[in-house]
Write a protein that binds this ligand. Structure first.
Ligand code: DGL
Length: 263
């Protein structure tokens, strides 16, 4: 099989990475995607770097067995903590979210003050800060962790106090007066309607679009884009595929039964 005919692996802790998969599928509908939702290990944001490296290694091994041509780390937390450790250990192309998105965002030199809302592990790593400054040394970055947001999305919690769970985090960020706010966790765009009640929607960057455009261009550059006219999406969850499917319906029309992946 030619490399360009192989599938693209996409991974995250649960349904968050579907925000990226949706954009990728819109731009490259003829690719074959294998989505891995690591429901067994979420939330990643509370885990240590060592734990996350082990987890991602197992998922990369799973993708290696599937003989994929590329893996999309549709997850900020593991881009921040596990990518550097594992990037040279696999033969497939790996796309890390934070590194790619930061470089694209920092090209806009008019942005001098930017905030990042992300998981605790991503904020602890200061990866956005480091990566944004690589391309724009003078940029000021405010970092805010939002530990309640992933559990709200994954457990479809409806009856929470928005004053604490949404406005509480945003108040800190808005005091910094950012020109843009990066939604630095792929689960967060699910909450955008709620978040945007307290700040204009235009203020927020959902990295999925920027990330997916970069990947499309890069696959073409490397001559790895699929040649077939039809693509597919196969879903795997590491526990409770039924719950994963129900959650995923919020965002993608899942018409396949996700399998339980043993990694
Ligand atoms: N959605 C992932 C991210 O972009 C991980 C969230 C989590 O499991 O804590 O960081």
């Amino acid at each position: 099989m030619e490399d360009y005919d192989k599938a693209i692996g996409v991974m995250d802790s649960g349904v968050g990475g579907l925000t990226v998969l949706k954009e990728l599928h819109r731009l490259c509908p003829n690719e074959n995607y294998i989505y891995f939702g690591d429901t067994k290990n979420l939330p990643y944001g509370e885990k240590s770097k060592d734990e996350l490296v082990e987890i991602v290694k197992e998922i990369f091994d799973f993708f290696e067995k599937k003989k994929v041509k590329a893996v999309v780390l549709a997850c900020n937390t593991t881009s921040a903590t596990a990518y550097e450790e594992l990037k040279d250990k696999y033969s497939f192309q790996i796309y890390p979210l934070i590194q790619i998105v930061s470089e694209c965002v920092a090209k806009d030199k008019a942005i001098k003050r930017i905030a990042v809302m992300a998981t605790q592990a991503t904020i602890n790593s200061h990866k956005y800060l480091t990566e944004l400054k690589k391309s724009n040394a003078g940029i000021q970055v405010y970092e805010q962790s939002c530990p309640l947001w992933v559990p709200i999305v994954e457990n479809q919690i409806k009856n929470y106090d928005e004053n604490i769970a949404i406005k509480g985090y945003l108040d800190n960020v808005l005091q910094f007066n950012p020109q843009k706010i990066i939604l630095g966790c792929t689960h967060y765009p699910y909450l955008l309607d709620k978040i945007a009640k307290y700040a204009g929607k235009d203020l927020f960057i959902n990295p999925a679009k920027i990330f997916a455009s970069y990947i499309k261009e890069d696959l073409c550059k490397k001559n790895l884009q699929a040649r077939s006219t039809e693509g597919s999406i196969t879903y795997f969850a590491s526990s409770d595929p039924e719950k994963f499917k129900n959650n995923a319906k919020m965002f993608m029309s899942i018409n396949a039964q996700p399998s339980l992946a043993v990694v």
